[in-house]
Design a protein around this ligand. Structure first.
Ligand code: SAM
Length: 270
């Protein structure tokens, strides 16, 4: 059962382009809900690492949530490694929230658009965890500021976000092919670190690199689509542009792998 807690509909939002993009993101993830878990390999690996980071933490009372939880990969990974922590799964995509495999304990799920800020019931949170979700929000840095300010004293932030140094190979191929780069504009890791440092004490701050040895542009774009992560403000390439991109993609990907830069933060509010 998913609790609906929308403060207002996005259609009423004056920032129409943002609202439209947010709905497109939600529709893309909705369309991939049935296969998200099977295809989300990097997200699964990162969820495990974040869960591992939570093992030794002394976590006080107060709300605990997985922000942009999707099917609950991160919340489940934390619960497996810290059985005393059952996080609220918050997301604006009902289909993903409902796709969470049944677990031993009932989980609380909350349908909420994070572009509206955090819901009131998360004020004074003792743990805010989020993986691969912040980059989908309008102004990720501003939202990170808000998340940090909603933590209780002694509360924890456990975060993973793909950042701007990702996908250099794709950018270069698009430039050579003279087609637009249609990936999501990702936040700069340095900006997010700076924002977190303003309010929080950083106990772990790492920029991880993950490589995908996919030789073909189309195969990689299909991978993104398989998890619903294809939405972009840059629109879509035409079939002719796709063929050009494919033709300019490095032939031997092993020599020039497609890389994700993932910022991983563990931080505490003093
Ligand atoms: C790549 S998935 C990551 C899901 C999960 N955290 C994981 O690691 O598997 C990105 C998630 O962010 C959610 N999301 C994107 N924009 C959102 C918004 N405005 N409000 C709430 N959730 C959002 C998507 O619905 C999706 O579940």
């Amino acid at each position: 059962m998913v609790e609906t807690s929308r403060a207002r509909t996005r259609a009423a939002d004056p920032a129409l382009p943002t609202a439209i993009f947010s709905e497109r993101v939600r529709d893309c993830f909705s369309g991939a809900a049935n296969h998200y878990e099977a295809e989300a390999r990097i997200q699964r690996a990162i969820a495990w690492r974040l869960g591992h980071l939570c093992r030794p933490l002394a976590i006080g009372p107060g709300p605990r949530a997985d922000l942009g939880a999707g099917t609950g990969l991160l919340a489940r990974s934390i619960a497996l490694q810290r059985p005393d922590l059952n996080l609220v799964r918050l997301d604006n995509c009902q289909a993903l929230l409902e796709s969470e495999p049944p677990g031993r304990e009932a989980s609380t799920r909350l349908l909420w658009d994070l572009n509206l800020g955090l819901p009131a019931q998360l004020a004074g949170a003792s743990l805010l965890a989020s993986s691969f979700a912040l980059q989908w929000l309008e102004q990720p840095r501003r939202h990170l500021d808000q998340w940090a300010s909603q933590l209780a004293r002694g509360g924890w932030l456990v975060l993973a976000v793909p950042c701007a140094a990702s996908f250099q190979q794709w950018r270069q191929a698009a430039e050579r092919a003279r087609v637009p780069f249609t990936g999501l504009a990702l936040p700069a890791a340095s900006e997010l670190i700076e924002a977190a440092e303003c309010q929080l004490q950083l106990l772990r701050c790492q920029r991880l690199r993950f490589s995908r040895r996919r030789p073909q542009a189309l195969a990689f774009l299909r991978e993104l689509k398989a998890i619903g992560a294809q939405a972009s403000t840059a629109g879509q390439l035409s079939p002719a542009e796709l063929r050009r991109l494919q033709a300019h993609w490095p032939p031997r990907a092993g020599e020039c792998p497609l890389e994700w830069e993932v910022l991983l933060l563990l931080a505490r509010k003093p």
